[in-house]
Design a binder for this molecule. Structure first.
Ligand code: B16
Ligand code: MG
Length: 219
């Protein structure tokens, strides 16, 4: 791990800033049902941090079903329409514990803040959470070509913020996201259960553990 202090923080969105995984799950469950598959919570773990298209491919593999391109695109659209309805009532009350305090701390220290998310709905969600003003750059699913675990999303983030990659820290809740951060040559902080993140530099159960003392050691 880099001993120098970090100059920028790249945040994943779903699972770090807000828990939208439950809404992705409900929307995918409906699509899976259409193709005759009962999507489980365990299956859903494999969809975290994965792009919309890759998620559908994973579900089709699980269901052992092949569909043509037209139907594939129809399901993508239907899933997103259902998802957008489910997230309609998101508000600042849905910001996960500890996030607002951490963003305020970083802003006060003039640490650059960026978003690195696979979601194509990232801007809509940040707007609903009223967090847009904190983010200098937003790298989302509309910008990246290769999804996590490819490091593209985070490399684009640090380059847009004009910070060397070894001075960037990434906050992630998905295994694929931690792989992407390490591949990018950045410090990777996992949010979740330690047993799933042996490849991360640090792991915390959630942002409430990243108090001012911990943040001051990192930035
Ligand atoms: P969308 P993240 C990811 O966001 C989600 O974890 C993943 O479940 C979802 O499929 C992906 O975004 C694409 O989302 O359908 O909104 O474009 O965790 O990288 O912030
Ligand atoms: Mg995530």
């Amino acid at each position: 791990m880099n001993k120098k202090k970090h100059l920028c923080a790249l945040f994943d969105l779903d699972g770090v800033i807000v828990d939208t995984a439950k809404f992705h799950f409900l929307a995918w469950k409906k699509i899976a049902k259409n193709i005759g598959y009962e999507l489980t919570h365990e299956d859903n773990e494999h969809l975290k941090g994965v792009s919309r298209q890759d998620s559908l491919n994973i579900i089709l593999d699980l269901a052992n079903v092949t569909i043509d391109l037209e139907v594939f695109n129809h399901y993508l659209l239907q899933k997103n329409n259902d998802y957008l309805l489910l997230i309609q009532s998101l508000s600042p009350n849905d910001i996960l514990p500890g996030i607002s305090e951490a963003l305020t701390f970083l802003k006060e220290r003039r640490i650059k803040i960026g978003l690195g998310s696979a979601s194509r709905n990232a801007k809509i969600i940040l707007q609903k959470l009223q967090l847009m003003d904190y983010f200098e750059v937003i790298i989302d699913g509309n910008i990246v070509i290769k999804g996590k675990p490819d490091p593209e999303v985070f490399l684009k983030g640090c380059s847009a913020l004009n910070v060397p990659k070894d001075r960037c820290i990434v906050f992630e809740d998905a295994f694929a996201g931690i792989l992407a951060a390490k591949e990018a040559g950045m410090t990777a902080v996992a949010l979740g259960d330690k047993k799933f993140f042996s490849n991360a530099d640090f792991c915390f159960s959630d942002f409430t553990q990243l108090n001012i003392k911990v943040l001051s050691n990192l930035f």
